[in-house]
Ligand binder design. Structure first.
Ligand code: SAH
Length: 230
């Protein structure tokens, strides 16, 4: 079993890479694929860059060239709703691309036209492993639900209210749904786990700077528990 681990930004993978015993490092599409052992498992860990296109290219390389059996995406995200605070964890059970818009044809926001699904569902076993792993880490609140992704850093109350109303989303970020989309097309089980760095509201960019380190610490701790239990 080879596990693909994707993060969008180098700081999201930094702690994990320190624990990894590297076998081969290869650059493809300007992304560095680190193949080796992590917490007793065969993994390929990679920083994909920010946004849906980078994330999609990276996931397809993991599928086609590394033939990974499962994919886990970790990183930070904006929290939606009053109860979610920086440092909390959101485990996606499904994802939608919130910036896909063919509403002119009568489609709902987020629907990719001519695709046989509205949302991309995470693997139920991986979601369950993540949920169990959360219980063993104290002082972290965990939520399970929908994450929405788009090529936009969400930083306004109007936009988060819209994402909440339109998609019942718990969190927003910029890569998850695209990774999910590629995994769906390649039939690879996946889960997206995000730790909250900001509340996607006015001032989100300042919270993002402040809380990203703690959010990364939390998501890495959780990932370790998951990998150890696999
Ligand atoms: N100039 C910043 C840009 C960060 S983009 C930098 O280079 O550090 C934000 C990243 O964090 C994306 O990878 C996204 O997935 C995630 N993210 C965190 N909070 C977000 C929010 N409120 N809206 C969208 N993405 C968010």
């Amino acid at each position: 079993m080879t596990l693909g681990i994707i993060a969008a930004m180098s700081e999201e993978l930094e702690i994990l890479l320190q624990d990894m015993s590297l076998e081969v490092k290869k650059v493809k599409a300007n992304m560095t694929f680190n193949k080796g052992k992590l917490w007793g498992k065969d993994v390929v860990a990679v920083v994909c860059g920010i946004g849906k296109v980078n994330a999609a290219i990276c996931t397809q390389i993991l599928a086609s060239e590394y033939k990974v059996d499962k994919v886990i995406n970790v990183g930070v995200a904006g929290g939606i709703g009053k109860e979610i605070y920086p440092g909390d964890i959101v485990i996606a059970d499904n994802l939608v691309e919130h910036d896909m818009d063919t509403t002119a044809f009568g489609d709902p926001h987020g629907q990719i036209p001519r695709m046989d699904t509205f949302d991309f569902k995470c693997d139920t076993e991986l979601v369950e492993l993540a949920r169990k792993a959360c219980k063993s880490i104290k002082d972290i609140n965990t939520f399970v639900g929908r994450i929405v992704s788009g090529d936009e850093f969400v930083a306004s109350i109007e936009k988060i209210q819209w994402l909440e109303k339109e998609f019942s989303a718990l969190s927003c970020e910029m890569e998850g749904a695209s990774i999910a989309h590629v995994c769906y097309l390649n039939n690879i089980p996946f889960v997206i786990i995000r730790s909250i760095s900001d509340n996607a509201n006015n001032g989100a960019h300042m919270d993002f700077e402040k809380f990203t380190p703690i959010a990364v610490k939390n998501s890495t701790a959780l990932l370790k528990e998951i990998v150890l239990s696999m």
